[in-house]
Design a protein around this ligand. Sequence first.
Ligand code: DAH
Length: 358
Amino acid sequence: MENLDQLREELLASVTAADSLDALDAIRVSALGRKGRVTEMMKGLGGLDPEQRREAGQALNAVKTAVADAIDARHGGLADAALDAELAADRIDITLPARPESEGRLHPISQTFDEIIAIFGEMGFSVAEGPDIEDDFHNFTALNIPPEHPARQMHDTFYLPEKPDGERLVLRTHTSPVQIRTMQNNPPPLRIIAPGRTYRCDSDMTHTPMFHQVEGLIVDETTHMGHLKGCLIEFCRAYFEIDDVPVRFRPSYFPFTEPSAEVDIGCSRKGGELKIGAGDDWLEILGCGMVHPKVLAACGVDPDKYQGFAFGMGIERIAMLKYGIPDLRTFFDADMRWLRHYGFVPLEVPTLLRGLTP
Ligand code: DAH
């Protein structure tokens, strides 16, 4: 056995002399590591007789502990010194230009909703909402579409599984049920728009199973067809940003309005290119009419006292027209390249408001 006192002094001296964390670690390995000097001596204890082994074992353990403690202490000192040196040398260069942040885009549906809300907001409409899952009464019956009515076939309805009591809820096929809920829960006068998701079991170039609509409703004692026309003509001008956009009201049929009309805007399709606001062609953009007395009555509103108009339009359709987006299905592909191209810079106030705010 080496002389333990000498070994200890030698190791402690080298610990004290270690001038870096790496040097200290090398000393630790050479003394206490698996093949270190102290470790090897520990292994040698097996050859001694029991009495000697106990004494030598204790002495060796004392050396080991002393060296380990010294290494720990030195390690603390060296680490502090290394940190001090690093802090002294390290400088934040505040002249470096900032890394560019990647900026998101608003989906054209969100942008179009914002624009529509801004336009009707200026006309005094507030926003109403209703559930995506509707009952038969709100989606159909109260809108003057009774159970055997042929209009039910025009809506390719998604039905939910039948409930124990036999009721079948639906995914709303249009935003018109929000008219019903609004009239049930609020006394006239009313002036609301209801933007939201709608669902029909349909999928091709021009239909997706989920799409968006905006509904409009005015109910009071005096609003007439002239107001309906003025309001929607004004909307078309503001939305398409064309002051003299030709607008045509074409007689039509909806169960929930009487009389009913569809609104077309003037366009041209020369050379396969669609141009809005000029030419001798027409493009349908929304449905409207005077609220049917039966609809008012179904909501507890007296049709002899109150009247008003309603309208409904597809958001994707008017977004495609304004922003030249050719394929409906791309709205829902979640393709970042598409969104970067057709999306809008967020935090920008919608077109109309930008002109109107001080
Ligand atoms: N709900 C109709 C649809 O989805 C759109 C509509 C037409 C709504 C005329 C109305 C309206 O409020 O008056 O096809």
